[in-house]
Design a protein around this ligand. Structure first.
Ligand SMILES: N[C@@H](CCC(=O)N[C@@H](CS)C(=O)NCC(=O)O)C(=O)O
Length: 216
């Protein structure tokens, strides 16, 4: 099986952490995609994922699975412990609820801010993101507000529970952690205003799957 991704980028990191958590890395070949050159916006890649984003999982029968949540579900059901998407109906529901918040508020929030309110990944890719329009930067800035509100929300959650969706580390933790990686890349750190989030971030950073993952 193959994973098309771009080492060092936040959404690819989500899947690399999942693979490391489950001890599945050796079963996959990583195929690099050049985001800066907009390789993911060309026909060959769009045939694999019409959304034009990485990562994409390619199964041995040629099936392509895009979207980190879908890829994580596949990997979680494939093999290996621990479970990252919940075991009981209650756990599964809580993981997915938190995952949706982590996606919308955190990883998409910071990603859209980066691409719309800053020069993003440079001129070649920006041409594919959005043509110039008056409200573009303001809309990007709004996404930063959403991300900041998300940090406040998750700080409150983590003041009450050890992990985002309760007692166990899950894909929602991985998503929030990778959103914070993206934020750190553009010099937006977790300040002392968010003590529980900051302590959780330091704890997650020490997990072998995070610390020693491939493609950093
Ligand atoms: N919802 C997607 C998001 C994937 C995503 O945005 N990936 C980024 C890399 S971190 C990307 O490909 N960005 C290129 C672009 O937006 O043009 C997922 O869960 O896989």
């Amino acid at each position: 099986m193959k994973i098309y991704d771009t080492p060092g980028f936040p959404n690819p990191a989500r899947i690399r952490i999942v693979l490391a958590e489950k001890g599945l890395e050796q079963r996959f070949e990583f195929v690099p995609v050049d985001l800066i050159a907009a390789e993911h916006k060309q026909a060959a890649f769009l045939a694999k994922n019409p959304s034009g984003v990485v990562p994409v999982l390619e199964l041995d029968d040629g099936t392509h699975i895009a979207e980190c949540v879908a890829i994580t579900e596949y990997l979680d059901n494939l093999d290996g412990a621990p479970t990252l998407t919940g075991s009981t109906p209650r756990e599964k529901a809580l993981v997915h609820m938190m995952q949706k918040r982590a996606d919308d508020w955190m990883i998409d929030g910071i990603g859209i801010y980066f691409h719309y309110a800053t020069p993003g990944l440079g001129a070649t890719l920006q041409a594919y993101k959005s043509p110039e329009w008056a409200g573009r930067k303001e809309w990007g800035e709004r996404q930063l507000e959403k991300f900041t509100n998300g940090m406040r929300y998750f700080d409150g959650v983590l003041a009450r529970t050890p992990y985002i969706a309760g007692d166990s580390f899950s894909m929602a933790d991985i998503t929030v952690y990778c959103a914070l990686l993206h934020a750190a890349f553009i010099n937006i750190g977790v300040t002392d205003d968010y003590p529980a989030l900051k302590a959780w971030q330091a704890k997650v950073a020490e997990r072998p799957s995070v610390k020693n993952r491939s493609g950093q």
